[in-house]
Design a protein around this ligand. Structure first.
Ligand SMILES: NC(=O)C1=CN([C@@H]2O[C@H](COP(=O)(O)OP(=O)(O)OC[C@H]3O[C@@H](n4cnc5c(N)ncnc54)[C@H](O)[C@@H]3O)[C@@H](O)[C@H]2O)C=CC1
Ligand SMILES: N[C@@H](CC=O)C(=O)O
Ligand code: NA
Length: 815
């Protein structure tokens, strides 16, 4: 035999009630369940508000009308006109009775807890009576049970305590006498020994279900609500939260204590004691199989069951020498708080016993402060205690799961996820059961923190990277296309999702709360854009306060670089193909690295050298594994490589430069390639990564351009000068050819010195054989002494560069 309980939303509309009946019809016709019902949604609140208005002699008829209408509407929809009359009449009697009571409250201006409970009881009585009659159409043996008569309590109105032995006996007798009936029982309400109406407090209808379940030794208790059971986190905060299929009682308790308001676990204790499984189902999604709460629940899969949170709490801190070694101090403190009905959410005590921190609801904080000041007046005066401090604007996040007990590293994982996302933890508490680790943090960080922790623990799910991109040019555009094309693969094979949350170019910017649709990012940007403003972009990015953020610089501008430090210090990783940051002053380069290290985020710039070729990574691996760089020889300008590889036959020099630009190999300003600046930057970055604190001035560059080209003041002039100097370039070419050689612009780092020179090399030189926009880099190290480690391949172009940026972004995600 099962108990099924339907909550307020399930009985709150004709649609809900219709579903309820169809759920009952699917059940076993031989073995009827006991059906416990709540008041129609909103009705208890209306009753409450009417009672409060009546005692202040305010008008309450509007609410009364609303309650009547709510019931009548459902009734008209669900019962044929011919069958409506007796039900209408009975409901009308209920409403008249209710009105009489309210009228007395109004006249007497007196609302005792006893009267309040009587008023509140009408919600369940009306819904149960009405629904039992609707059900009669399908179940002629349906009857409404005034459950209040069967659950016996003390006279603590509003939160009555059940007399379990008596109650169980009454329920058992009643059930035995009505075995052939389908019972619809009022939830929430009970009565005292004098037969006065009482109520069971918060979650009262669940409690009714558990009491009946326990009395009748039910096989199962089904709680029908309007959500898919219990979830791994609050779905309003975590989009990826998912329903749990089963959990233990303890886990359910711990999870609901802070968050998941699906059930109120203390009400489940009768079921818990008898080991009766509880299953939470969704009236509005009957396909959902339910969340099972039971003994011996499966604890495998994930190390935690879920994350619960309290949006807003306050903490009080009590410290002073008066506490040290004083047995009973905390006992005195907490029994004081309990006496005053202040619920303590969480406690942490320093091991020196010098301070106690505890969390309470914000509305209790001042009261707590006042009673503590009074209780410990003497200690405070004697300065054995400091005046307690209240801190507001805080939230609690807790990870919950029985598996944690047996799994080391859980708190490490939690704090790593929080730390890496720049979430400052104000206090920590671990339940001695080890089923729960709670942290207190700033309310503004809660959403970010819960998402980051969810991503960290439910690693089998997709992890989301939130990226903010500057630059929609050659590289930026290509990156968006690659991201779009790769989305399904990333989701399937890497459980990773990359969401572009913000885009700016030099003209306009937009932050998309839902993330850009990359198949049409340009339209979204154009339609919503505000004028570009880097400072504002960074401000908005930080204000979104999302977990796993990456700032991506795909510009060739010096301005974004000014923000890197601040961004890294805000625990946001930086990925850049812009070389300006790493090739300005050494102090800045090392400050970026230090910031990334200190704040536990990534600073990736693989494409600064050789575009997507694994050069920075290779060098880093060599260095980290203790190798020592003796020398680096390299061709690192894709543009110049392309030019020399195609400077043949009739083509003129400036024409090839133009085509290199068209191919997307050059910098936005091609002079930066031809004058050696771009190459210099790459050599400087390599030298620094190889451990040499060099500055730009330390690098010798042999120009491959005649002075007039170097002096050109605009790109247009530059092309003109290249053309004017055609003879110079022709001469270079024929001279090399005459000697059986090719032109190569080569950088060399040796003994801490860097030079870039224009050379003519023959086929004995390893750099002779190159084609297209190839880069080549050859490392001679302690380990690669006789034969160098060589990386070679296309070192420029939008595809390979964007792919390198992409890989850097993914590498942030992998951590
Ligand atoms: N082309 C290649 O093969 C390689 C390029 N790179 C680097 O890629 C970067 C981008 O190159 P391209 O895409 O070719 O340049 P581009 O000129 O096509 O695009 C640059 C983008 O940056 C935007 N921008 C400029 N200043 C800005 C600011 N202050 N705020 C926001 N946006 C701003 C522009 O509006 C434009 O959308 C450069 O730093 C370049 O060195 C790196 C490796 C290889
Ligand atoms: N303009 C650069 C592109 C890569 O950084 C080049 O030509 O190498
Ligand atoms: Na690279």
């Amino acid at each position: 035999m099962n108990i099924v309980k339907f909550g307020g939303t399930s009985v709150g509309s004709a649609e809900g009630i219709r579903t309820l009946i169809s759920i009952l019809k699917k059940g076993d016709q031989e073995d009827y369940p006991v059906v416990v019902l709540s008041a129609m949604s909103g009705v208890t609140n209306l009753l409450q508000s009417m009672a409060e208005k009546a005692v202040l002699a305010e008008e309450y008829t509007a609410e009364l009308k609303e309650i009547e209408e709510k019931h009548f509407r459902a009734l008209r929809e669900l019962l044929p006109a011919s069958a409506q009359n007796p039900v209408f009449t009975r409901l009308k009697i209920y409403f008249n009775e209710l009105e009489d009571i309210l009228q007395s409250v109004y006249t007497l201006k007196e609302l005792s807890p006893q009267t309040r409970d009587l008023i509140l009881s009408f919600g369940e009585r009306c819904s149960t009576f009405m629904i039992s009659h609707i059900a009669k159409q399908d179940f002629p043996n349906a009857i409404a049970v005034e459950g209040a008569e069967l659950i016996k309590t003390d006279s603590n109105f509003g939160q009555a305590k059940v007399n379990t032995p008596l109650t169980e006996m009454l329920i058992q007798d009643f059930y035995a006498a009505n075995k052939d009936k389908l019972l619809f029982v009022t939830g929430y309400i009970a009565s005292n020994t004098e037969g006065r109406m009482t109520t069971l407090g918060r979650g009262g209808s669940d409690f009714t279900a558990a009491i009946w379940g326990s009395a009748l030794n039910a096989a199962e208790i089904e709680i029908w609500t309007d959500v898919d059971g219990m979830l791994t986190a609050d779905p309003r905060i975590v989009e990826k939260a998912f329903s749990l299929s089963e959990l233990s009682y303890t886990e359910a308790m711990e999870l609901s204590y802070f968050g998941a308001k699906v059930i109120y676990p203390p009400t489940m204790i009768p079921a818990f004691l008898k080991k009766i499984p509880i299953v939470i189902k969704n009236t509005f999604n009957t396909a959902f199989e339910g969340t099972y709460i039971r003994h011996g629940a499966d604890t495998s899969n994930f190390p935690i069951k879920g994350i619960s949170s309290i949006d807003e709490i306050s903490i009080l801190n009590l410290s002073g020498s008066g506490m040290v070694g004083k047995a009973g101090f905390s006992g005195r403190l907490f029994s004081l708080l309990s006496r005053e009905q202040i619920n303590v959410v969480l406690i942490t005590q320093s091991s020196s016993e010098h301070s106690i921190t505890f969390a309470v609801k914000p509305e209790d904080s001042l009261k707590a402060l006042a009673i503590i000041s009074k209780e410990f007046e003497l200690e405070l005066l004697a300065k054995k205690l400091e005046y307690p401090q209240v801190e507001n604007g805080l939230s609690v996040l807790a990870i919950v799961g029985e598996n944690m007990k047996h799994t080391p590293g859980m708190s490490g994982k939690l704090f790593y996820a929080l730390g890496r996302n720049g979430v400052n933890v104000r206090a920590i508490a671990q339940g001695s059961s080890e089923y729960n680790i709670s942290v207190i943090l700033s309310k503004t960080d809660l959403s970010k923190a819960v998402n980051a922790v969810h991503d960290a623990f439910f690693a089998d799910l997709k992890k989301t990277l939130h990226i903010f991109c500057l630059g929609t040019g050659n590289i930026g555009k290509t990156l968006f296309r690659q991201l779009l094309n790769q989305t399904p693969h990333l989701a399937k094979n890497n459980d990773l999702e990359v969401k572009v949350m913000g885009i700016s170019n030099s003209r306009q910017m937009y932050m998309s709360n839902a993330g850009f649709d990359l198949s049409d990012w340009e339209t979204e940007l154009n339609a919503n854009a505000e004028p570009a403003d880097l400072k504002e972009f960074v401000r908005q990015m930080k204000a979104m306060n999302l977990p796993n953020c990456v700032f991506v610089d795909n510009t060739a501008s010096p301005y974004p670089v000014d923000f890197y430090q601040d961004i890294l210090e805000s625990s946001i990783s930086v990925v850049t193909c812009n070389k300006i940051g790493n090739s300005a002053e050494y102090s800045q380069y090392s400050a970026f690295k230090a910031a990334a290290r200190t704040y536990g985020v990534d600073f990736h710039y693989e494409t600064n050298v050789g575009a997507g070729l694994p050069i920075i990574r290779t060098l880093k691996d060599l260095m980290m594994s203790g190798d020592n760089i003796a020398s680096i020889e390299a061709i690192l300008s894709g543009t110049i490589s392309y030019i020399f590889n195609n400077f043949k036959d009739e083509v003129r020099f400036h024409e090839i430069v133009k085509s290199a630009q068209e191919m997307g190999y050059t910098e936005p300003d091609p002079r930066d390639d031809l004058n050696g600046k771009d190459f210099m930057r790459k050599m400087l970055i390599l030298a620094r990564d190889a451990g040499y604190p060099l500055e730009e001035a330390d690098i010798k560059i042999e120009s491959m351009l005649p002075p007039a080209c170097m002096a050109a003041e605009s790109v247009v002039d530059f092309y003109q000068e290249l053309e004017n100097n055609s003879a110079y370039f022709e001469n270079l070419k024929t001279t090399a050819a005459a000697r059986g050689k090719v032109l190569r612009y080569i950088g060399k780092l040796e003994a801490g010195k860097v030079a870039i020179t224009l050379q003519m090399v023959d086929d004995a030189h390893p750099f002779y054989m190159l084609s297209g926009s190839d880069n080549i880099i050859s490392f001679i190290t302690d380990r690669y002494k006789d034969r160098p480690l060589v990386v070679k391949g296309p070192g420029a172009g939008a595809e390979v560069t964007a792919a390198g940026v992409f890989a850097d972004i993914i590498n942030v995600g992998k951590r």
